[in-house]
Design a protein around this ligand. Structure first.
Ligand code: FAD
Length: 285
């Protein structure tokens, strides 16, 4: 008998603008993304600005209420204390947001962190004990978190994160699917059995490409570097090949039974739309 085909979901990530969240541009962006009916849209939070309520929460509420799509708020552990988290959880409940991506968060040089939650797991533990009804997402790193001493330790800590109540994992971006498959296998061996969504970042312009080359701890495959080198002075060709590269990654991931694809949209709805149109039939929408 033919195998029953289960289709994965696609989800998107956006970030709040650095200026005024009231501005209409970000709402046009989320509306355009919402038209594609993703499984959810997640909204990052920024430890430099620490304006969770007026940016991340406001945009996620809009996604949830106006677009009727689940909004996932990113919530960082290091710069909040228990009182602030209690306030945020109550507010999330009031506006009807049930999904939280719990992170330690990027550390800001010169800013002293709070002491209540040191790691993402500490905050997951706290939220789950307070209110078990939230769906909790967590971050994971196919190539290991840069601060982890080695991959075994990294996977053990991920086990602890999932045991604390993490319902679903989202990976850091990666450009080599083999790295992801190896990581997925290591998770399975460690009995980490929650869905793992593959984080895909389409590279569509030169500054983004340079940023990835200079800052990414990810392994960059030869063909990826060749693409960036060859088309770095031709914006249209770079965009076209960057999109094709991401689409190839996605097609391969779906063929290999990925649980879901999480697209780092960088607030470019046209990029998300193009990828969606090329891969639509692969996803459960
Ligand atoms: P953790 O899981 O807490 O791990 C951080 C480090 O601590 C790891 O090296 C881990 O091995 C180690 N560790 C964990 N537990 C212990 C322990 N008990 N003892 C000793 N060491 C331990 N950053 C933002 O600021 N805002 C965002 O919106 C944001 N969104 C993101 C979304 C995704 C999908 C991903 C993958 C990352 C995102 N980040 C964001 C970046 C993230 O905050 C950083 O990568 C951060 O350095 C780690 O966060 P974490 O939640 O993975 O940390």
């Amino acid at each position: 008998m033919d195998k029953v085909l289960t289709k994965p979901h696609i989800s998107f990530e956006i970030f709040p603008p650095s200026n005024n969240v009231q501005n209409t541009k970000i709402y046009q962006t989320v509306q355009a993304l919402g038209d594609l009916r993703p499984e959810f849209i997640s909204v990052t939070c920024n430890n430099k600005r620490l304006n969770f309520k007026d940016s991340t929460l406001r945009i996620a509420s809009y996604i949830e209420k106006e677009l009727q799509i689940p909004g996932v708020v990113h919530l960082t552990a290091r710069y909040f204390d228990k009182g602030q988290i209690d306030y945020i959880l109550a507010k999330l409940k009031r506006v009807g947001i049930h999904n939280i991506l719990v992170l330690r968060g990027d550390l800001v040089p010169g800013r002293e962190p709070k002491n209540d939650f040191k790691y993402a797991t500490d905050l997951i533990d706290y939220i789950k004990q307070k209110d078990n009804s939230f769906k909790i997402f967590g971050a994971c790193y196919p190539e290991g978190h840069p601060e982890s001493p080695d991959k075994v330790t990294d996977i053990r800590r991920l086990q602890t994160k999932v045991a604390a109540g993490c319902d679903c994992l989202i990976t850091q971006m990666f450009f080599s699917n083999d790295t992801f498959y190896q990581f997925r296998e290591n998770c399975a061996l460690a009995n980490i059995d929650v869905p793992i969504l593959a984080g895909i970042m389409p590279i569509v312009n030169r500054s983004q490409a340079l940023h990835v080359i200079q800052n990414s701890a990810s392994y960059l495959p030869k063909k990826f570097i060749a693409m960036l080198n060859r088309y770095q002075t031709d914006p249209a060709a770079l965009k076209a090949t960057g999109l094709a590269y991401a689409i190839n990654q996605i097609v391969d991931l779906v063929t290999q039974d990925v649980d879901g694809v999480h697209l780092y949209t960088m607030n470019h709805p046209d990029v998300a739309r193009h990828i969606y149109q090329e891969t639509e039939t692969l996803f459960a929408i």
